[in-house]
Design a binder for this molecule. Structure first.
Ligand code: ADP
Length: 457
């Protein structure tokens, strides 16, 4: 299984093995250097000692004492004098000096140093009682080297074992939270948006968990919005469709009077217009929702545009005997924005103000200058809104008037908000039930050209 766990274990073993081999290489090298030096000193010291024994001991006891010394010191040596050689202990024949080499040593003050595997040999000439002795000492250092290797191997085994145990514990601490996250992610993928992960601590895992929880909360919210949207859409479509099919069935009745026919045809027409309006608004919202929605920005005069919009809505106002007042500075303001979309914003806000104002009311459109921005206000003396309604009016399909006596589909302000956001403007609402509402759009100065011109009249 190629899990993180096995990767970590393999990584640990490879790293340990590599570092241990490098460490081993340098330690053995350094040990060999030191042990060679120590061996030489030991052999030198022994040959001096043997020379002292030969000097001090009578000839008859010499053999026995030298043999004893060889046994106790674990050294093998040869003593050559006047062409005669005596061996003590198990002398390695391969290292033994040839006659000419012995002669050279006897006549010079040189020393000879040789080794064969783990056996080292040292030879030197001594003058004792006017006779020249060449003493050759050998020692098998395998035991010392074995002790070193054994200690080193057991250190390595202990290191690997404790290291592995500690590492497995650490790996478990790392892998466990990841496995937990994988489990909850699977749950989330299956559609369980309620899953959350808890973790105490302030490390990378805790921020990963926090991000996961945030993502789950957002997905849950989106899912609720999606479901609400589907139910709203089907509801908004269903009502006019039911009306159309119901009145079309009645329409088939041949005994209807002309007046009734006219009435039912009007109802069918009204509802089909409603459907058409709804689908147009939905299409527009979908287009505006696209992440790369591009605004077709141009420079245009704001006061002129508002005047045009007021003219367009004049008939609707007149039909309810509503007076539209337009208050604005004398100067024209050239703003840089998407002209047709901004026109739609003003139309929606003004038509809402008229729609939600009772007969003989007043709607005031006002352009105000402040040191930092331009404010475009739509104030009405209409039905107003509750505080709860204010917090929902920019949501799709939201309508305060649940009975739907006033024509509408609850998409107009969502479109307005989206266009305002795309322009990086702001919009807010103040309202009081049965008093009226004020919608204000804030256009920061840096968002328009800053050029102003005198009103033409
Ligand atoms: P609608 O098509 O229903 O007007 P909107 O998105 O334009 O949809 O408005 C959403 C809701 O906000 C309306 O149903 C209404 O309850 C409330 N609303 C909007 N403008 C006003 C206003 N000027 N006065 C009172 N209520 C308003």
């Amino acid at each position: 299984m190629k899990s993180i766990y096995s990767k970590l274990v393999i990584g640990f073993l490879l790293t340990s093995l590599l570092s241990f081999s490098i460490c081993c290489f340098f330690t053995i090298k350094s040990y060999n250097r030191d042990s060679d030096q120590l061996a030489l000193e030991e052999l030198e010291h022994s040959s001096d000692h043997i020379a002292d024994l030969i000097k001090l001991i009578d000839d008859k006891d010499q053999d026995k004492i030298l043999a004893d010394y060889s046994e106790t010191s674990e050294m093998s040596f040869t003593v050559t004098c006047e062409g005669q050689t005596k061996n003590y202990g198990h002398v390695n024949k391969k290292l033994i000096l040839k006659d000419d080499e012995l002669k050279t040593l006897a006549t010079s003050k040189d020393k000879s140093l040789r080794s064969e595997g783990i056996i080292s040999q040292y030879a030197k000439a001594f003058k004792i009682d006017n006779q020249t002795y060449v003493i050759t000492v050998q020692k098998d250092f395998s035991a010392t080297k074995d002790i070193f290797m054994k200690s080193y191997t057991s250190a390595a085994i202990i290191f690997m074992m404790t290291g592995s145990i500690v590492f497995l514990i650490v790996a478990d601490i790392i892998v466990k939270p990841i496995s937990r996250l994988t489990k909850v992610t699977d749950e989330l993928a299956k559609g369980n948006y309620k899953v959350r992960v808890n973790y105490e601590g302030k490390d990378e895992i805790s921020s990963l968990y926090a991000s996961f929880n945030q993502m789950a909360v957002r997905l849950a919210k989106q899912e609720t919005i999606r479901q609400q949207f589907i139910s709203d859409v089907s509801h908004e479509f269903q009502t006019p469709l039911t009306a159309i099919s119901g009145f079309a069935t009645i329409f088939k009745n041949e005994n209807l009077t002309d007046e009734q026919r006219q009435k039912y045809a009007d109802i069918i027409l009204f509802n089909s217009n409603r459907l058409s309006h709804l689908s147009k608004n939905m299409l527009q919202l979908t287009l505006l929702d696209g992440e790369d929605t591009a605004l077709d920005k141009t420079e245009f005069p704001l006061i002129e545009q508002l005047n045009r919009v007021i003219e367009m809505e004049d008939n609707a106002a007149l039909s309810k005997d509503i007076e539209i007042e337009f208050i604005h500075p004398k100067k024209e303001f050239i703003i840089e924005a998407d002209e047709s979309r901004m026109e739609q914003v003003w139309i929606n806000l003004l038509s809402n103000a008229i729609k939600y104002t009772n007969e003989h009311g007043v709607v005031t459109v006002e352009v105000r200058r402040t040191p930092t921005e331009l404010q475009v206000r739509f104030e009405d003396t209409g039905v107003g809104m509750s505080q709860d309604a204010i917090s929902h009016i920019f949501e799709r399909f939201y309508r305060q008037d649940k009975s739907r006596t006033i024509e509408g589909n609850g998409l107009g302000l969502s479109i307005v908000k989206r266009i305002i956001d795309l322009h990086h403007y702001k919009i807010d609402v103040e309202s009081q039930e049965d008093v009226g509402s004020v919608f204000t759009v804030y256009i920061p100065y840096e968002m328009f050209t800053g050029l102003t011109k005198k009103k033409k009249d």
